[in-house]
Ligand binder design. Structure first.
Ligand SMILES: Cc1cc2nc3c(=O)[nH]c(=O)nc-3n(C[C@H](O)[C@H](O)[C@H](O)COP(=O)(O)OP(=O)(O)OC[C@H]3O[C@@H](n4cnc5c(N)ncnc54)[C@H](O)[C@@H]3O)c2cc1C
Ligand code: SF4
Length: 323
């Protein structure tokens, strides 16, 4: 049974390499390490070879590490709920991670409480359409005359935690940085229809623990922010509290105030944009180049600005940190 209000924490993993590989402060790795080290299993989202998002089951750190990083497309669950139930009935400790609606769906499917289950949901802006993601990748391949071999939906390493720039890596060793998909995502035309009526756009969540980027950290705990990532952790009940207690020695943490930690997805769903129908009409009938310019702010000047940003950050890293 979840509390009326969550307890709120700012969290950073003490291991810098883990934090660098995680979207925010590395809380997911700390929680899942604890489950794996006790012989348990972890469920979460990975990227497939063709850059789709999919839930898998991990029994070891190598498999779990693929779950790190935010994939801004809807994750395919396949038989995940069924497999979670089998593991729970086998008395295995299970950590399930996913969007709030996935956690709520799992709980509904299970139909009863399990003492060996911990659910971690992410504060969720919404999930973009994988059709648009696929069309975007194909367009970038055409434009660059080369096959994409890897993607980073939000490149923290080169641009810092606060920035949102996607990087696509090509077979020929080159890469491209862009804000086109991020712009389509944040303008909300490409969200799944149910996201406009999301039941979890509040501080109340179905998980035992809810995790997010700590937007508002400048107010809540400015000393935590070095632009390498801080996790917001909402502890929603005793199960979540026990899980966090067990890993506190792996973390720098501070209890903070809920009112200093509110971001739009913790307050209300995003309304359906007025141009959504027009977007989908254009998407079906025009080339992606047209979509990228009309809706994704694609301009040569923007590419140049991103390039300058990257160079400036590289110089700052060398001059200030000697890296
Ligand atoms: C679709 C989406 C929307 C998000 N919206 C917000 C937001 O509005 N505000 C905000 O503060 N943060 C948002 N996040 C990011 C979330 O903050 C981070 O997942 C969280 O901070 C975990 O941080 P970590 O350092 O522990 O990261 P990591 O170790 O990188 O966390 C990885 C976790 O994310 C899960 N995950 C990754 N992609 C997906 C996916 N497509 N579907 C389901 N689960 C996924 C993995 O299973 C794993 O549990 C979003 C993430 C996603 C995927
Ligand atoms: S916004 Fe809500 S409905 Fe949409 S994927 Fe996220 S949790 Fe689910």
């Amino acid at each position: 049974m979840n509390w009326k209000w969550p307890k709120v924490y700012a969290v950073r993993h003490k291991d810098e390499a883990i934090r660098a590989d995680s979207r925010s402060g590395g809380i997911f790795t700390a929680l899942s390490d604890d489950v794996l080290s006790n012989g348990g299993v972890v469920y979460g989202c990975v990227l497939t070879e063709d850059f789709a998002a999919m839930h898998i089951r991990a029994e070891n750190v190598g498999e779990r590490n693929k779950m790190r990083g935010s994939k801004y497309v809807q994750s395919k669950l396949g038989n995940t709920f069924k497999n979670v139930k089998v593991d729970l009935d086998d008395q295995k400790n299970v950590l399930f991670s996913g969007t709030s609606c996935q956690v709520a769906g799992l709980k509904k499917y299970l139909g009863k409480e399990y003492g060996n289950l911990i659910c971690v949901d992410i504060v969720c802006h919404g999930v973009p359409s994988k059709k648009v993601w696929g069309a975007y990748l194909r367009w970038q391949e055409q434009k660059n005359s080369c096959k994409i071999i890897n993607v980073d939906f939000r490149n923290k390493k080169d641009f810092g935690w606060h920035e949102h720039i996607e990087t696509l890596y090509f077979e020929n060793g080159k890469s491209t940085n862009s804000r086109i998909f991020k712009t389509l995502f944040y303008r909300h035309m490409i969200l799944r229809p149910s996201c406009y009526e999301c039941l979890y756009k509040s501080v109340m969540h179905p998980g035992d623990i809810t995790i997010a980027d700590y937007w508002g950290i400048d107010k809540a705990a400015p000393e935590f922010d070095d632009n390498r990532g801080v996790s917001l952790v909402l502890v929603n009940n005793e199960v979540g509290e026990k899980a966090l207690e067990q890993i506190k020695d792996k973390l720098f943490w501070k209890q903070t105030k809920l009112e200093d930690s509110l971001q739009p997805p913790l307050e209300a769903p995003f309304p359906k944009p007025e141009n959504r129908e027009q977007f989908w009409y254009d998407f079906k009938n025009k080339q992606f180049e047209y979509i990228s310019k009309k809706y994704g702010d694609y301009r040569l000047w923007n590419d140049l600005k991103i390039f300058i940003k990257k160079i400036k950050r590289k110089i700052r890293k060398v001059v200030v940190n000697g890296e």
